[in-house]
Design a protein around this ligand. Structure first.
Ligand SMILES: [Zn+2]
Length: 386
């Protein structure tokens, strides 16, 4: 349906911000942007006191959660997890760990128009060690030969990204910063990615593993909580992307009840990780590391109903990034990381009409992104505030 949003502030994502402007689009893409557009539309929304932005991109989600049950349960949860993102204005997500490769199937069904939802870039299961971090949603590998087979079979199944767990993490028994996959295994996975022209990303909570991954040419570091300025500089030289996922450990340390010894341990680890990630992000901002936004939705208390995405953006702002740059990370940079910048990530005629309308002005107050009025994926209204 041809749609026009009128009299709105428009954050185009390409450096341009228009005031009192209109945007006209349909399922084929964005048709026009500018003041007082003449084109007719079947649906007209008043955008005054609101802001139009490119649909947000969440580069780190677990659509079915982390402990997802049998295949049927995982399939349902994956679809529901994807649909819930729309209420946060998210029109594209990179799923970085879904059991049974349910994200791969859902990606294709949405792309074919059989189901409604955001655009998905899929990684299927994570590659990890036996009983290692996220083994519940992983392909367990203990030798170089096993990771080679796992990485190649993921490429054969058609993943967009290869995801592996280089270290332990906050959720799990024991320390959160222990090296799990060996240096040789890490290098082997990244080489497979290169051979199959498939980007690689890794869960990393330890300096040594971070160094191994960056030097081996990983595409994107997830978490990277031990990063310092020297490492950030090296990432700039190597062209390595960074998705810090700041909100998740804040959510866990705030909301998990320390009522058992295991939960007390989790809260402590999450609080320690939260301190580290703030330093890491400051170093990354100072050195100019390419950053995109990811929430780790699917972890405890990290989801759209807890405003995980808005919290993530607020934490970028609190770490010293100005709101314009934060919103660019959420849109254009996300699209660049995912290699879909010709299709989405900015509002320009000819691009897909991935459009979000929020109350107020997130350029002045980043918290405004909490209040999403409407989310359009490829021109189709998929979420509307009641
Ligand atoms: Zn994760």
């Amino acid at each position: 349906m041809r749609t026009k949003i009128i009299n709105s502030r428009i954050f185009c994502g390409n450096g341009e911000i228009l005031e009192n402007a209109d945007i006209l689009f349909d399922e084929t893409g964005i048709l026009d942007i500018g003041p007082s557009l003449h084109g007719e539309a079947k649906r007209v929304l008043n955008g005054s006191k609101k802001t139009v932005l490119p649909g947000f991109i969440d580069c780190h989600t677990h659509l079915a959660g982390l402990d997802a049950g049998d295949g049927i349960a995982v399939a349902f949860r994956t679809q529901e997890g994807a649909r819930e993102l729309l209420s946060s204005g998210i029109t594209t997500t990179r799923a970085v760990g879904t059991k049974y490769g349910a994200d791969i199937r859902l990606r294709d069904m949405i792309a074919r128009g059989e189901l409604k939802g955001p655009r998905i870039l899929a990684s299927g299961e994570v590659i990890c060690i036996t009983c290692g971090h996220c083994a519940e949603i992983g392909m367990e590998c203990d030798t170089v030969g096993e990771v080679l087979k796992a990485a190649r079979s993921q490429c054969k199944r058609g993943v967009d990204w290869i995801k592996f767990m280089a270290t332990s993490g906050v959720l799990g028994v024991g320390p959160s910063t222990e090296v799990q996959l060996s240096g040789e295994q890490i290098k082997a996975i990244i080489q497979v990615g290169r051979a199959f022209d498939t980007p690689t990303c890794a869960h990393i909570m330890n300096y040594e593993a971070l160094k191994t991954c960056v030097e081996a040419g990983i595409t994107c570091v997830e978490h990277g909580y031990d990063m310092d300025e020297a490492m950030a500089q090296r990432m700039v030289e190597m062209g390595t992307w960074y998705v810090p996922t700041m909100a998740v450990t804040l959510m866990e340390s705030t909301y998990i009840k320390p009522d058992t010894s295991r939960n007390r341990d989790l809260v402590e680890k999450a609080a320690a990780a939260q301190k580290k990630v703030r330093n890491a992000v400051k170093a990354a901002i100072k050195e100019g590391v390419k950053m995109a936004v990811g929430t780790d939705t699917g972890c405890p208390f990290t989801n759209p109903s807890m405003y995980a995405y808005a919290t993530e953006l607020s934490l970028y702002h609190m770490s010293g990034m100005d709101n314009r740059e934060v919103l660019t990370c959420a849109t254009r940079h996300g699209a660049e990381l995912l290699g879909i910048e010709r299709e989405t990530g900015t509002l320009e005629p000819g691009k897909a009409a991935d459009v979000v309308l929020v109350e107020g002005n997130p350029l002045e107050n980043i918290e405004a992104v909490k209040d999403v009025c409407a989310t359009f994926c490829k021109g189709e209204l998929l979420y509307h505030k009641a």
